[in-house]
Ligand binder design. Structure first.
Ligand SMILES: NC(=O)c1ccc[n+]([C@@H]2O[C@H](COP(=O)([O-])OP(=O)(O)OC[C@H]3O[C@@H](n4cnc5c(N)ncnc54)[C@H](OP(=O)(O)O)[C@@H]3O)[C@@H](O)[C@H]2O)c1
Length: 307
């Protein structure tokens, strides 16, 4: 398949592009300069909407996997207009252009569209109620995509893995601090379903190959608190888990409001794909194996500043 993957310098975009590059014709899109990639890439600021038609016409993808976003929740709270442009207007524009060209689209959204008030797992039929500027902009993005291209896959996700900056995922936060013996806080009252980024990439590709359409929850099959996730990571790496202080998210002084319940059901996904969705523990094992193989250092060599 000829794939255009946006956000190719980001946590998902880079991992997904690397994973797809062996079997597919991948072009990544990134704002900064990247070197030594095993796939083609274009430099573009995607908020320049006027440049998007030429990008699609030159690459002629069969599918776009749209990973680019303003994904920093607290930055979105401070810059809601930019969040709206990047997370809502841009996916709407891309969906419109894909619809006009017969190009398939996978759009990435978030578990944070829910307010967390439900005591059970959220399904795709539950009504979103975003609490933050980030979550509002992501929900607006979902709606813009649905309006322009109803056949698009919209995947609500939560994932962890290694990134080029070493600072994009919760797992990297725990890893970085625990390896240095630094105490950290782990939220006991935020429950989520983390999925290893490699597993997420495989699932998204399978969804494309199987021709799935519409809204899906694409997260891990098991729920746990962010504190418990930190402890599981510490055990996987042999770090001192007592460095993780169990605290409430409400005491953390974060800028944007957070949902306490980010548990999403993957029933629809596993039924439609006909396969089991991976557990975070197997994902943590892959995360650890990548570490032992020097994968984080490999990622860090790709970005070359803004030269
Ligand atoms: N990480 C999670 O667990 C999580 C949870 C829920 C939802 N999501 C969603 O999953 C998707 C991928 O997230 P991620 O964690 O991979 O995010 P990320 O690591 O922050 O990467 C975002 C990417 O978007 C690019 N980007 C931002 N603005 C751009 C612009 N104007 N033009 C071109 N590129 C631009 C960034 O480029 P630069 O490197 O140049 O900034 C980066 O490559 C996003 O839609 C996010 O909302 C992530």
């Amino acid at each position: 398949m000829r794939l255009l993957i946006t956000g190719a310098s980001g946590l998902l975009g880079l991992n997904m592009a690397l994973r797809c590059a062996a079997a597919h014709e991948v072009t990544g899109v990134a704002r900064g300069r990247l070197v030594g990639l095993p796939f083609a890439y274009r430099r573009a600021d995607l908020t320049d909407f006027a440049a998007l038609p030429a990008l699609l016409d030159e690459v002629q993808p069969e599918a776009v996997i749209h990973c680019a976003a303003l994904a920093d929740v607290d930055a979105c709270e401070k810059q809601p207009a930019l969040a709206q442009r990047v997370n809502a207007d841009l996916p709407g524009e891309l969906a419109r252009l894909c619809a006009a060209r017969g190009v398939r689209l996978v759009h990435l959204s978030t578990d944070a569209v829910f307010d967390g008030a439900k005591s059970d797992f959220y399904t795709e039929d539950d009504r979103p109620n975003p609490l933050s500027a980030y979550a509002r902009s992501k929900l607006a993005g979902e709606r813009a995509v649905q309006a322009a291209l109803p056949e698009a896959v919209i995947a609500r996700v939560n994932f962890f893995g290694w990134s080029a900056s070493g600072r994009r995922s919760l797992a990297e936060f725990f890893f970085r601090n625990l390896r240095e013996g630094r105490p950290v806080k782990g939220f006991t009252d935020v429950h989520f379903c983390p999925l290893f980024v490699g597993d997420l990439s495989d699932l998204l590709l399978s969804m494309l190959e199987k021709g799935l359409q519409g809204l899906y929850h694409v997260v891990g099959s098991q729920a746990l608190s962010k504190y418990e996730f930190g402890v599981a990571l510490a055990r996987q790496f042999g770090f001192d888990e007592s460095l993780i202080a169990p605290v409430s998210v409400e005491a953390a002084g974060l800028t944007a409001r957070r949902s306490h319940n980010l548990r999403l059901s993957v029933h629809k996904l596993s039924t439609d794909l006909g396969r089991v969705v991976p557990h975070y523990l197997t994902g943590l094992m892959h995360f650890y194996t990548q570490y032992t193989q020097g994968y984080p250092q490999r990622l860090q060599r790709f970005p070359q500043g803004d030269a």
